[in-house]
Design a protein around this ligand. Structure first.
Ligand SMILES: [Zn+2]
Length: 424
C-alpha cells in the first residue's frame, strides 16, 4: 500500500456534502458534519474521510506523510468564488470617495469613471504590469479561504486587450496556486470609440473576438452585461448564441439594476448561470426553478453600492433553484475578495441559512463553473482543496464578520497558505 501525502487529524468539525434525492428536478446536496474527523489525501485528491477508526486502518503513513492537527479547527472544502473581475490595473478609491460624498455610480461613469476608466487602465498596461498587480490579488484570495475563482476579462474591449487579459489569467494559472477558470466578457460595456456605432462593436465581438478566444482555448465561458444602457436582451441573444456555437458555455449579468428579462434569456439559452438577479420578478423566479440554470447571487455589489435591493435568495431556494454566492470582485461595485463576508450578507439580508450560505460558496460555486464533481466538496475522489478555520462550528464562518478565521489553506493536497499568529 502506498503511503498517503497528507493526513488531517481530529478536526473539531469536518464538513462535507452528500447528495440527496432530486427535488424539483435538481439534484441537491446536504451538509454533513463529522466530529473528530480525519481526511486522508494522496496525489492531490481526498482518498478517505471519516472518524479515526474509519480512516486509519485504510491508510499507510510514513515519514513522508504530513500530518496536520485540526483538533481546534473546522475543516471545510476550499471556497469557490464563481464570479470575479480580477484583471484590472488601477484601483478606484477616488470614485469610492466621490460616492461617499453623494455622487451616484451612474454620475461617476458619465464623468469618465466606472468601467471605462478601468478599460483605459488595462489598455495602457503591459501584460507584465497587469500580471504583477493581479498576482497579488490571487495571494489575497487564498488568504481568505478561496481556492478556485472564475475570472473574467472585460476591461480590454478590443481584440488585443481582451486577449491580453485572458492571457494574464492563463499564465498566472500556471504560475500560482489559486486556480482560475477563464470567462470572456468582451461585452462588458460598449467601448467609447464605438458609442455611435455599437453594432460594429457587436460584430467585432461575434466575428473576431469569440472565434479567436474559442479557437485558442482562452476561455470556457462567455458572459455579457445585459442591462439598460449597456446591452439589450436581443443583442445578448445574438452574442451568446454565437458564443455557444463556438463551443463556449454561457453566463449572464442579468436583471441587476433593472428588470430587462435577461434571466428569462438565460433559461431559454440554458446558460450555466444567471448572475445578480436583484430585480428578478416572480415570473423570472419560476423560469429559474424550471431550468438547470444556477442563480449566482452577489450581495457584495448590493452592499458596496449602498443599495438595499438584495436578490430574492429565499424565494429562489424555496422554488428549488440552485444558488451560489460570489464576490463579484471588481474595482467599481464590489471591492472585496471575501466569500465569508458574502456568506454573512447572504444570511443577514437574504435569509439564507449558514448551511445554505456555505454550500453556495463551495459545492454550488463549483456547479456554477461546471465542476461540482471535482471541487467544492471533500468526498473521496474530490480535489484536495481544503480550508482549516480557527472556529468551533461552521456557522461561525458567517457569524464572525470583518475578521479572517482562515488558518490554513490546502490546494491540490499542498499547504499554500498558513496564518502567522506570531509566537507568544
Ligand atoms: Zn460581475
Amino acid at each position: 500500500m502506498k503511503s498517503i501525502d497528507l493526513l488531517i487529524t481530529e478536526a473539531k468539525q469536518l464538513i462535507y456534502f452528500s447528495k440527496t434525492d432530486a427535488t424539483h428536478g435538481n439534484d441537491t446536496w446536504r451538509l454533513k458534519a463529522i466530529t473528530n474527523g480525519y481526511v486522508a489525501i494522496e496525489d492531490g485528491h481526498v482518498v478517505h474521510i471519516g472518524s479515526e477508526d474509519e480512516v486509519l486502518p485504510l491508510v499507510q503513513i510514513d515519514s513522508g506523510t504530513v500530518t496536520i492537527d485540526a483538533h481546534d479547527k473546522v475543516v471545510t472544502p476550499g471556497l469557490v468564488d464563481s464570479h470575479t473581475h480580477p484583471v484590472f490595473h488601477q484601483t478606484r478609491e477616488h470614485e469610492f470617495e466621490m460616492r461617499v460624498q453623494g455622487k451616484s455610480y451612474e454620475e461617476i461613469a458619465a464623468a469618465g469613471g466606472g468601467i471605462r476608466s478601468s478599460v483605459r487602465g488595462v489598455r495602457e498596461a503591459s501584460k507584465e504590469e497587469l500580471k504583477s498587480v493581479v498576482r497579488k490579488r490571487l495571494d489575497r484570495f487564498l488568504s481568505v479561504g478561496t481556492t478556485t475563482i472564475e475570472a473574467k476579462s472585460g476591461y480590454g474591449l478590443s481584440l488585443e486587450d481582451e486577449v491580453k487579459s485572458l492571457e494574464v489569467i492563463r499564465e498566472l494559472n500556471d504560475e500560482h496556486s489559486l486556480e482560475m477558470i477563464p470567462t470572456f466578457l468582451g461585452a462588458h460595456e460598449v467601448p467609447t470609440e464605438y458609442r455611435e456605432k455599437r453594432d460594429e462593436y457587436i460584430q467585432l465581438v461575434i466575428k473576431e473576438m469569440i472565434p479567436y478566444v474559442a479557437e485558442n482555448g482562452l476561455a470556457e465561458f462567455c458572459d455579457i452585461f445585459c442591462e439598460q444602457g449597456v446591452y439589450t436582451v436581443s443583442e445578448a441573444r445574438r452574442i451568446l448564441s454565437a458564443a455557444r456555437e463556438a463551443g463556449l458555455r454561457i453566463k449572464l449579468h442579468a436583471d441587476q439594476l433593472h428588470l430587462t428579462g435577461a434571466t428569462r434569456l438565460a433559461t431559454e439559452l440554458q446558460a450555466v448561470s444567471a448572475d445578480h438577479l436583484e430585480c428578478l420578478d416572480d415570473e423570472g423566479i419560476q423560469a429559474m426553478a424550471s431550468s438547470k440554470t444556477i442563480a449566482g447571487l452577489l450581495p457584495g455589489a448590493v452592499f458596496f453600492l449602498g443599495s438595499h435591493r438584495y436578490p430574492p435568495a429565499r424565494k429562489l431556494l424555496d422554488a428549488g433553484t440552485r444558488v451560489c454566492l460570489a464576490t463579484d470582485f471588481n474595482p467599481g461595485s464590489s471591492m472585496t475578495q471575501s466569500l465569508p463576508l458574502m456568506m454573512t450578507l447572504g444570511c443577514l439580508f437574504m435569509k439564507m441559512t449558514p448551511e445554505e450560505a456555505l454550500m453556495a460558496s463551495t459545492i454550488f460555486g463549483a456547479a456554477s463553473i461546471c465542476r461540482e464533481e471535482v471541487i467544492g466538496n471533500l468526498l473521496p475522489g474530490y480535489r484536495a482543496d481544503v480550508v482549516l478555520w480557527d472556529a468551533d462550528d461552521y456557522r461561525q464562518i458567517p457569524y464572525y464578520y470583518g475578521v479572517n478565521l482562515v488558518n490554513t489553506v490546502i490546494k491540490k493536497g499542498k499547504v499554500v497558505f498558513k496564518i502567522d499568529h506570531g509566537q507568544n
